[in-house]
Design a protein around this ligand. Sequence first.
Ligand code: ADP
Ligand code: MG
Length: 466
Amino acid sequence: MHQYTILGGHDKFEELKGEDGKLALEKVADPYLLYGGEYAGDAKDAADFKYLTFTELPKFSDKHKSLMSKVLTQEVFDKLKDVKSSKGYTLSNAIMTGVVTPHLGVGATAGDEECWDLFKDLFYPIIKGWHGYDAETSTHPVDLDYSKLVFTDEQKATFNEYVKSTRIRAARNISGFSLPTGATAEDRAGVEAVLKQTFAGLDGELKGTYYELGGLTPEQTQFLLDKGYLFQIPTAKNLLTGAGAARSWPDNRGIFHNDTQTALCWVNEEDHCRIISMEDGGDIPSVFKRFCALSDAIKASAESNGTKLMHNEKLGFLGTCPSNLGTGLRASVMVVLPHFNKLMEGDNQHDKELLEEVCSRYDLQPRGSAGEHSAAVGGKFDVSNKQRLGFSEVQLVQKMIDGVSKVIELEKMLAAGSTPDDIRAKYVPLLRAPTTLSVPLLETVHTLTHAPLCLFHFCASRRLKE
Ligand code: ADP
Ligand code: MG
């Protein structure tokens, strides 16, 4: 696969096609060079991708939406432009995806663990803007003790009735190896080896199969596609490509799932490992318990290989993108809320916003039934915790349980004839003032980071990405 094919993809080809239906070479200009970088050679360059070097502050346009483009002032650029991690990751590498992919919301990546400290003049303000979390002064708690969750019999009965399925996901990276954005072929192979060993050692409920992305049979591809377990092919417009994380695709990438398909792991996509625990119904402790077991298994495997998971006290679990720091955890339920949905299908804008307002009151985020920006088919919403950093895993899952319980209580009130104003009178005055970014802005930023990925997914309605 040539760089140009990855960068342009089908859309780019359409744009650059001549009248004869063939690529019109005179129209081809490297879109990556628009912003002032040059191909100066980078030890990580591969046959299918070359990194840009910025010797001057990139030429940002009003199309650049990312926090990176706002934070990277001349002063920050000058201070960091010659900084390089011991594994060879530079400021140019860290900002490249946000420069060449202007619509991204975060727009900066780490290439290895050291980057989080080396480039903190860039990353900490981005983290503040995204999470409202001050990494200079705060510490992030970790708590994977599932036995601390409180799930009362009453909540259990309510969730059984209203919740169709539950899913908890997060990222885990292994210390000592560069992240996919900065990885050498040896890093990728090393990560895959540790994870394969982890999967081979899983037993009981977690026992399953690892599929190498490059070695899939057509039947396996179809199976994984149908299930929505397969990750997307990187295209020109997503974070992975611009950050160099799609080099040598699909080598050393893969997917694990257990026999009952309630535990999934992705290998060497945006992070070394993405772990997902999911099952039908609303038994949150069961899903969280499995999530913790997966996390513990990867931790133990890293340790038996003489390393550990990337983690520090300030930022929690470390990975590629600032949006996934801390717990990196999203615990979601598919919950059926026909009366909230009816309001959304009506014409009254104020009514349409009720669910969003109520969720925001409980630090929750509603999505449609096929992920971000999809519709709530059959009144089924994906409701999850909104925060990732500054709260422990147990706290965030507990907040989701308690918040969703409240949302269901309000759904019952609507069903019994209460109006949106009745609900607002009772709950909305409790709305807390947003922290750094207003809630709508935070949503927009989130949308901008992740939406482009959805556009190019070849199984958009079932994707398990980010
Ligand atoms: P994330 O960013 O956490 O991966 P997305 O919004 O991108 O989440 O959704 C990924 C996929 O996971 C979508 O297909 C969505 O429908 C599915 N999904 C999310 N939550 C649940 C859930 N509780 N039960 C079943 N599927 C879910
Ligand atoms: Mg997503």
